[in-house]
Design a protein around this ligand. Sequence first.
Ligand code: HSE
Length: 337
Amino acid sequence: MIHKIALAGCGNVGTALLEILHEKKEELAAKYNFNYKVTFVTDLMKGTVVDPEGIDLGKLLENIRADRSFARFPQSEGTFHNLLEKSKATMLAEATPTNLKTGEPGLTHIRAALSRGISATTTNKGPVAIAYDELQKLAKDCGAKFRYEGVVMSGTPLLQMLENGLAGANVIKIEGILNGTTNFILTKMDEGMTYAAALEEATNLGYAEADPSGDVEGWDAAVKVSILAKILFGKEVPVSDIHRIGITDITPDKIAEAKEAGYRVKLIAGIKTTNNNLECYVMPKEIPLDAPLASIGGATNAVTVTTDNLGDVTLIGPGAGRKETGQALLTDLVAMA
Ligand code: HSE
């Protein structure tokens, strides 16, 4: 079977997915029997290309590199629903920017796919945070799959581990570094860079959200906590109920003082279970220099999951980045196939 892939959102992450799909076509066919064509790519800035016979990915990637657009291809117009129909897509990869208030445009894209029985994967936190139950039900009712590995820890397989790898074990607590941008900024400030320069570098590297206040004020980590509360405990914890402090008040002096005293400042996110209640938080904490979390630098994330049967399980890996998040979409596409 040849899967036909639609991609909504072709910024850093979407382009990285196309690069991987282009480079690893033969390897993915040989290893996973995953055969595919990309038949629909749409991006607010770059344009919309539909070809049910398969878009020439080499040519498309060259066009993106040269012009940051799809201008060398005939442009398609119409609603997302109609274009999806026209493309004959059998899977959707959704990588539009996160909007936590409306979930759009990702929510519309995912609903359009699932309601047609087209499986969807997303790296967009908005739809998962806002409409998790609705989308899971829609997928089930329509015989499709809905996956979202990239919404927490990019391509590091935290969600697969939590959903499949800990069956029978109860999670008591989960705590760690869940935002790559702020960890990158704190690491660079620790090395002497200014806050503004570090934020600019994090943005250029594709770590930060379209609006980086989402990162530095702790919203992004709080959304991830809210998503984990849903996936792990089946509980709705609105972001507004999460005790949230960002890193905007952390100065180089505070970092230096903490270091002098034997600590490193980290933005820590977590969920603790107490008497059937969840305590959810995001806040800067001073971590002793010899503790494992103190050594997690750059955009790397790390999470320790405390369970009844296994004790502590710690997962460390990339938490943001173009290729790293493209990998999250890929792993979901392979799983859906
Ligand atoms: N802005 C997010 C971060 C991207 O820095 O972690 C990955 O969710």
